[in-house]
Design a protein around this ligand. Structure first.
Ligand code: UGA
Length: 360
């Protein structure tokens, strides 16, 4: 039974077995107000996140090919959450057409089904839609900031462009009066199950993850941590439990959130990537209690990502809209990384990582 005595709302999380989806499904199941059902191509992270503490319904579904499964789940649900995305910058560069297929076409299947069945939609946009000009524009505001991207040759922005188009399509449905939605823009969420760690087997086809998993893998395998173009860029990292709490605030407030866009982030946790490398190296030395310091070395973006990369120099959210719903971030930068790193160290074998350090 939910807090107000009503039956829990059924929430279908499409693409919900990734990092954000599995953590959100767990938080929804704990809340008492919502019953999560996850649709995805596998349930690995979902199973790790629940780890025997309760259960989450799961249906295998590829949004590009399993239309009937998607349609039936959305028809049954009270709320639809669309998490369908390719989120790794290296993938934007290596496989731009794949990004379009999944992020744009896959999401359109979800959005169109939500419109057809008149279901409330929470859609995951990205902080990346604001583009590259954070230095002069910060903080980014949902309703006032421009979305400024580089030239077409810099195809890093293919993901941002896909997400921006989806935001505009959803907004247009709102104007047409046939969709109730909330769009959310995550600002560098970090925590348990973020990306996959490098298994340490030297596999050539291993994905290049985002910065947290990249630095964590380097520490676990005693390799140099690589600072792209000197690590001058700035990000505001948000602990995943703060993020899922913000998302639940939105779901519990359909009136306050109706047809709005929300940044979700922690402006107090701003750091350069070079400072982050130092912070993570320090935490790891403390947690593992040993060792020679791991090297931190500069690498040109062209060498790390290939051609077509361009960075956002500063990504700082204005969080006035989400705090007006009664949410505030709680977890500071140090604790965000201590908790995220401890999970990796404690669960290295479950995550398939053979680590170098005996202490771990
Ligand atoms: C990525 C996605 O592209 C966004 O859509 C998403 O919203 C965002 O992650 C997120 O997690 O919220 P970005 O912040 O650029 O965006 O992703 P990271 O790969 O985590 O890179 C952060 C910074 O660290 C960049 O400046 C990157 O060049 C740098 N980096 C990354 C390193 O210096 N070393 C690494 O090993 C990896």
């Amino acid at each position: 039974m939910a807090r107000d005595g009503a039956p829990p709302k059924q929430v279908v999380l499409v693409g919900g077995s990734g990092f954000v989806g599995s953590n959100l499904a767990y938080a929804l199941a704990q809340s008492g107000d919502f019953t999560p059902i996850v649709l995805d191509t596998n349930d690995e992270k979902l199973a790790l996140r629940f780890g025997g503490r309760g259960k989450c319904a799961f249906r295998r579904c590829d949004v590009l090919t399993d239309g009937a499964v998607l349609e039936a789940a959305i028809e049954e649900a009270d709320i639809v959450i669309n998490l369908v995305s390719h989120v790794l910058p290296k993938t934007f560069l290596d496989n731009p057409l794949g990004v379009i297929d999944v992020t744009l076409h896959g999401s359109m299947n979800v959005i169109n089904a939500a419109v057809r069945h008149k279901k409330r939609l929470m859609h995951f946009s990205t902080s990346e839609v604001y583009g590259k000009t954070g230095g002069s524009e910060a903080p980014f505001s949902e309703d006032h900031s421009d979305c400024t991207l580089g030239p077409i040759d810099n195809h890093r922005w293919i993901y941002s462009t896909s997400k921006q188009l989806l935001d505009r399509i959803i907004h247009a449905h709102g104007l047409a009066g046939d969709l109730e939605y909330a769009i959310v823009r995550p600002f560098n969420f970090v925590g348990p199950l973020m990306d996959w760690l490098d298994e340490g087997d030297g596999a050539e086809d291993a994905e290049v993850p985002r910065v947290f998993a990249s630095f964590m893998s380097a520490l676990l395998h005693e390799r140099a941590m690589q600072l792209v173009d000197g690590g001058k860029s700035r990000r505001c990292f948000t602990f995943i439990d703060d993020a899922t709490s913000a998302l639940i605030h939105i779901l519990r407030d359909p009136e306050g959130a109706r047809n709005q866009i929300f940044n979700i982030g922690n402006p107090g946790n701003e750091t350069t990537i070079a400072e982050l490398a130092e912070l993570m190296r320090g935490i790891y030395a403390q947690e593992a209690g040993t060792g020679r310091p791991i090297e931190i070395k500069d690498v040109p973006a062209e060498q790390f990502y290939g051609s077509g990369y361009e960075d956002c120099d500063r990504r700082m959210p204005d969080i006035g809209k989400i705090t007006a719903l009664g949410w505030q971030p709680q977890v500071d930068l140090q604790e965000t990384f201590e908790r995220s790193m401890r999970f990796c160290v404690d669960n290295a074998s479950a995550l398939g990582v053979a680590v170098s350090r005996e202490a771990v």
